[in-house]
Design a protein around this ligand. Structure first.
Ligand SMILES: Cc1cc2nc3c(=O)[nH]c(=O)nc-3n(C[C@H](O)[C@H](O)[C@H](O)COP(=O)(O)OP(=O)(O)OC[C@H]3O[C@@H](n4cnc5c(N)ncnc54)[C@H](O)[C@@H]3O)c2cc1C
Length: 368
């Protein structure tokens, strides 16, 4: 039996655990210093901007495409496994273009996606008025509709992955911190033991999916991988009735502001609105700035004026794990080790890219 230990149970660690739990002859253990989905994952809006992304080649597009393909099978699979329906929005994403956007680039992308057997539609103002009358911004020039992109509640998704993985024999240890790697076991090439707050755990493979916690872990393996925080704030609001047509509630996005329909109760409809992107200038600015969230909120109201009637139910913030001086995400072996794999630094797209990450980890571990 091969022992794999995954450090971190955000969406990335949980997705990897579920993916690896399919492998016969592998014992998968997940360790997290908190409960599942308490890191960046708890703050995310779960918007999966895959087909609508401007990435068209290389690993960036390959990961987006395989994630969207995998989500289409994964979500029904999880629902069947845990016996509960998951809150995922299958009505797509509607992105608004403004004078500063290059519309030709979007037209080219729509054509490319069509050739790749995906769908992207370009709507003019009249089509928007008919299908999404809630969007009243005076300046938008067109809208891009991506019917095959989804949105999913990241915390509910992570909990479902944990439950389904547990059913398939994965062991989870929560409130357990990985403190270091047993120095005796560190030969420079291979690390076969982790030191945790509840004792040592033996491992044939170690997967570091610890988000912002990845840097100290890699430091203790003498190969520091720098992942820094980028703060994001968001809010949940409630309206007495849905925006626009109640039976067509896609994610609306414009100028990097997302309006995400979530639970509908009676006639009331809740939305998540966000998120800010706040780079730390110094330690103090890691605190959420009220003004930054207010700017996002006013931007959302400009897009959909009826939002001004909403009640704000709650606000929150989280820290996105962003690789320093290199593109996101980091999905590769830790340099110098033959059995430590990094699955971290997913920055703004961890929910989107978790399935593709899990597939890459699985391929790497099974090929070795
Ligand atoms: C406001 C906001 C909105 C976002 N919206 C989206 C979106 O719409 N779509 C999208 O795709 N992405 C979005 N993101 C980004 C997304 O949240 C992240 O990319 C993703 O959650 C990263 O997941 P993760 O599992 O790598 O990290 P995390 O969720 O941070 O999980 C890492 C885990 O590792 C654990 N850990 C760390 N160190 C240790 C240790 N030493 N021992 C044990 N456990 C440890 C932590 O406790 C934590 O649970 C958003 C982020 C924010 C903040």
């Amino acid at each position: 039996m091969k022992q794999v230990v995954i450090i971190g149970c955000g969406v990335v660690g949980a997705m990897i655990a579920y993916e690896l739990s399919e492998l016969p002859g592998w014992q998968v253990t997940v360790v997290d210093r908190q409960m599942p989905a308490q890191g960046a994952t708890q703050a995310a809006l779960g918007v999966l901007m895959g087909i609508i992304s401007q990435k068209v080649k290389g690993r960036a597009w390959a990961m987006r495409q395989s994630s969207i393909q995998r989500y289409a099978t994964l979500l029904p699979e999880l629902e069947a496994a845990i016996g509960t329906s998951l809150p995922w929005n299958q009505q797509g994403i509607l992105k608004f273009c403004f004078p500063e956007d290059d519309l030709q680039r979007w037209q080219d992308l729509a054509e490319l996606r069509h050739n790749q057997n995906w769908q992207l539609e370009i709507w003019d103002r009249a089509q928007v008025q008919t299908r999404c009358p809630q969007v009243q911004h005076p300046d938008f020039t067109a809208a891009i509709y991506s019917p095959q992109d989804y949105q999913i509640d990241p915390t509910v998704l992570t909990q479902a992955l944990v439950k389904a993985a547990e059913q398939r024999g994965v062991h989870f240890h929560f409130d357990v911190q990985v403190e270091a790697f047993d120095p005796i076991a560190q030969t420079g090439q291979h690390c076969d033991r982790l030191h945790t707050s509840i004792g040592d755990i033996a491992a044939d493979w170690i997967v570091i999916a610890a988000g912002l916690g990845s840097t100290p872990l890699t430091q203790s393996l003498n190969t520091a991988v720098q992942v820094g925080p980028v703060l994001g704030q968001a809010m949940q609001i409630r309206l007495d009735q849905p925006l626009g047509h109640p039976d067509f509630q896609p994610v609306i996005t414009g100028r990097d502001i997302h309006i995400v329909p979530i639970g509908q109760q009676d006639s009331q409809q809740d939305y998540w609105v966000g998120a800010t992107v706040e780079f730390p200038g110094n330690e103090a600015s890691l605190q959420p700035e009220a003004a930054a969230l207010e700017t996002v909120w006013q931007g959302a109201i400009t897009l959909c004026p009826d939002l001004a009637k909403a009640t704000v139910l709650k606000t929150w913030s989280g820290l996105r794990p962003r690789p320093v001086n290199r593109p996101a995400p980091i999905v590769e072996p830790l340099a110098g080790y033959d059995n430590v794999f990094l699955a971290t630094g997913h920055y703004r797209n961890g929910i989107l890219l978790a399935p593709a990450t899990a597939q890459l980890v699985r391929s790497a571990l099974t090929a070795a």
